[in-house]
Unconditional design. Sequence first.
Length: 102
Amino acid sequence: MNYQSVAAAGDLADGEMRAVRVGGKDVLLANVAGEFYAVDGICSHALGYLDEGSLAGYTIHCPLHRGSFDIRTGAPLSAPATVPIRCYPVKIEAAQVCVATE
Ligand code: FES
């Protein structure tokens, strides 16, 4: 698996998220309760940029139509989102958050 460093672990506080590019993909990186999660950065419904939405606990709300997803699994939680977003492996190495998309 090809991990790429995307942020310093200290850069993202609990409850924060940001868009990153990994392996040519738009990825959303988030810190929830000290764990880092990486999922597709673009909504599966109609191309909303999820970093422009909001994060409440483990739920990401899309900014366009308020569809929502579980950041731990990518599962859609509310309409109009019905298709899961992908989740990517994350590891912390030398205080860097590293994400693999392949
Ligand atoms: S684009 Fe995300 S819910 Fe429509």
